[in-house]
Design a protein around this ligand. Structure first.
Ligand SMILES: Cc1cc2nc3c(=O)[nH]c(=O)nc-3n(C[C@H](O)[C@H](O)[C@H](O)COP(=O)(O)OP(=O)(O)OC[C@H]3O[C@@H](n4cnc5c(N)ncnc54)[C@H](O)[C@@H]3O)c2cc1C
Length: 446
C-alpha cells in the first residue's frame, strides 16, 4: 500500500489543528524559509497562508536569460540547516538532475529554475496554503487570524507579505493605457512591437527589459527604445568578496546596533551592492548595441539616457506620451521624449499590512517601519511570549539584506530559535572587525 494521502482543506493545505503555534501571512521566499525550517516539528504546529491561487515568483519578469543574483547556497535553508529536506540540492536530487546541474556549469543559475525550486518547496510542504487572503488579525491572549475563508488562532504570527510595484504618482493614471510596471512585463511585452518605448529605471529589472526589447527579431522589435536612469551611468552590482560580507549575519547585527541616521546613510552608500546590474546583463546589452550599430548598421533604434530624472509623463492629444527629463549635472536642461509606451522599472515598496490595523495602536514604529527586536519580533505591548515576527519589512533597521535572499535562512532560523526558546550558536563570523575595539594595545588577531 502506498502512503496515505493527508486530508486537505479547500485551499490545498493539510488539515491543521484549530490552534497553532505560528501562522505565517504570505508564502514568498521569506516565509517559505521559515515554513521549511519548522516543517516536521511536532512542538510547533504551523500554517502559512498566501492569497495567490498558486505559487509564483515574479513570473512576469522571467525574461529568457534572467538569472539569480546571489549564490545558489542562498536557498531557503542551506545557510542555517544544510540537511533540511527543502534545500536546492534536495530539489535537484528529487528531480533526478544532480549530474545535469553540475555538468551545465551555470555561472549564474537561471531565475526560472530557482522559481521552480521555490514552487516545489511550497507545494510539497503541507503547511502552506494558497488562495487564502488574510484580512485582519486581532489579539485577545491569542492571535485571531481572519481570512476570506475562516478564522484560525495562533500563539505567534510571522508577517512576510513582501513588496508591491511602485511608480511615481503622475504615472498612475496611465497604467494599463500605454504604461506598465516592469512586474507585468511579459504579460504585455508583445504589445510593444513597432512602438517608441521608454524604459525607466537603471537597476536590474530595467536592464533586463531593455535587453529584451533591443534583442528581438524585426517583427517583434519596437521602433525605438530609450533607457533612462537617474544614476550617473549604468552601474554594476558590487558582488565582490569583501562587499559580500555586508550580507553576512555578523554585519547585520553590527548594522542593527548603529544609530538610525547612520543606518540610513549606509543603506544609501551601499545601494549598488544590492541594486546594481549584473555584469553579465551589462555585457550582453553592450554586445547587442555593438551588433546593432556596427554590424547591422541599425543605429537609430536605441537611446541611452542616464543621469536624468523623469519629472512628468503627459498624454498628448493624439494619445501618445511626452516624457520630460531633467539632466542631473546640466541644471536647467530639460528634454522631451515622445513615446507610445513606457515601461516603469522603478522598483517596489513594502506591501501594505492593513490586516494589522487592529493592533497598530499597540505597536512601536521607527521612521515608518515597525520596530523589531534582535529576533525580528515586533516591539509591542502584548505578552512577551506572543510575538509578531516581521520578515522583509525592516530595511531601515537591518539594512539592504532584509529585502533580498541572502539572509533569509539565517533570519528564519532566528525566528525558529525564538519560538523554541533555544539559542543555537551562530558561527558565521566575518573576517572583518566591523566594530571598534575599545582600549589601548588591542590585538587584532583571531
Ligand atoms: C524580478 C525580481 C528578481 C529578484 N531576484 C533576486 C535575486 O536574484 N536575489 C535576491 O537576493 N533577491 C532577489 N529579489 C528580491 C527578493 O528576493 C524577492 O523580492 C523576494 O520575493 C522577497 O520575498 P518575500 O517572501 O519577502 O516577498 P514576496 O515574494 O513578495 O512574497 C510575499 C507573499 O505574500 C503574499 N501576501 C501579501 N499580502 C497577503 C495577505 N494579506 N494574505 C495572504 N498573503 C499575502 C503575496 O501573495 C506574496 O506571495 C528579486 C526581486 C524581483 C522583483
Amino acid at each position: 500500500m502506498g502512503p496515505v494521502p493527508k486530508p486537505t482543506t479547500a485551499s490545498g493545505a493539510a488539515e491543521q489543528p484549530s490552534h497553532l503555534r505560528l501562522v505565517g501571512i504570505g508564502a514568498g521566499p521569506a516565509n517559505l524559509s521559515l515554513a521549511a525550517l519548522l516543517h516536521g516539528d511536532p512542538e510547533q504546529p504551523n500554517l502559512f497562508l498566501d492569497r495567490k491561487p498558486s505559487f509564483t515568483w515574479h513570473d512576469d519578469q522571467l525574461i529568457t536569460g534572467a538569472t539569480l543574483q546571489v549564490s545558489i547556497f542562498k536557498d531557503l535553508v542551506s545557510l542555517s540547516d544544510p540537511t533540511n529536506r527543502f534545500s536546492f540540492l534536495s530539489y535537484l536530487h528529487e528531480h533526478g538532475r544532480m549530474y545535469h546541474f553540475l555538468n551545465a556549469q551555470f555561472a549564474e543559475v537561471p531565475r526560472t529554475e530557482f522559481r521552480n525550486y521555490l514552487a516545489w518547496a511550497a507545494e510539497t510542504n503541507e503547511n502552506v496554503a494558497f488562495s487564502e487572503t488574510v484580512e485582519r488579525v486581532d489579539f485577545d491572549g491569542v492571535f485571531r487570524v481572519t481570512t476570506d475563508r475562516r478564522q484560525v488562532t495562533a500563539d505567534n504570527i510571522a508577517v512576510g507579505v513582501g513588496t508591491v510595484p511602485w511608480v511615481p504618482d503622475y504615472a498612475v493614471p496611465h497604467l494599463g493605457a500605454g504604461h506598465l510596471h516592469v512586474s507585468q512585463y511579459l504579460r504585455h511585452a508583445k504589445e510593444l512591437a513597432g512602438k517608441r518605448v521608454a524604459v525607466i529605471g537603471g537597476g536590474q529589472s530595467g536592464a533586463e527589459a531593455f535587453l529584451d526589447l533591443i534583442s528581438r527579431s524585426d517583427a517583434e522589435r519596437p521602433a525605438w527604445v530609450s533607457w533612462v536612469s537617474r544614476r550617473r551611468n549604468y552601474f554594476p552590482i558590487d558582488d565582490s568578496t569583501f562587499t559580500n560580507d555586508f550580507y553576512m549575519p555578523e554585519y547585520s547585527e553590527y548594522f542593527y546596533r548603529l544609530s538610525e541616521s547612520k543606518r540610513a546613510e549606509l543603506n544609501s552608500a551601499h545601494l549598488l551592492s544590492s541594486d546594481g546590474i549584473s555584469e553579465s546583463t551589462l555585457r550582453a546589452i553592450y554586445q547587442v548595441l555593438y551588433r546593432l550599430q556596427f554590424i547591422e548598421r541599425d543605429e537609430h533604434r536605441f537611446g541611452l539616457l542616464p543621469n536624468r530624472n523623469v519629472v512628468s509623463a503627459d498624454r498628448t492629444a493624439s494619445g501618445t506620451f511626452e516624457v520630460m527629463l531633467r539632466h542631473n549635472d546640466e541644471s536647467g536642461q530639460s528634454e522631451c521624449l515622445p513615446v507610445d509606451a513606457v515601461v516603469w522599472a522603478t522598483g517596489f515598496r513594502p506591501a501594505p499590512k492593513t490586516f494589522l490595523e487592529p493592533l497598530m495602536g499597540r505597536i512601536e514604529t521607527e521612521n515608518g517601519e515597525v520596530r523589531v527586536n534582535e529576533d525580528f519580533a515586533v516591539s509591542w505591548d502584548g505578552p512577551p511570549d506572543r510575538n509578531i515576527f516581521m520578515q522583509n519589512a525592516v530595511r531601515g533597521q537591518r539594512g539592504l539584506p532584509d529585502v533580498n535572499l541572502s539572509l533569509n535562512a539565517w533570519r528564519a532560523q532566528r525566528i525558529v530559535n525564538s519560538l523554541r526558546g533555544s539559542t543555537a550558536p551562530e558561527l558565521a563570523m566575518s573576517f572583518i572587525d566591523w566594530s571598534a575595539k575599545s582600549g589601548r594595545g588591542t590585538q587584532w588577531t583571531r
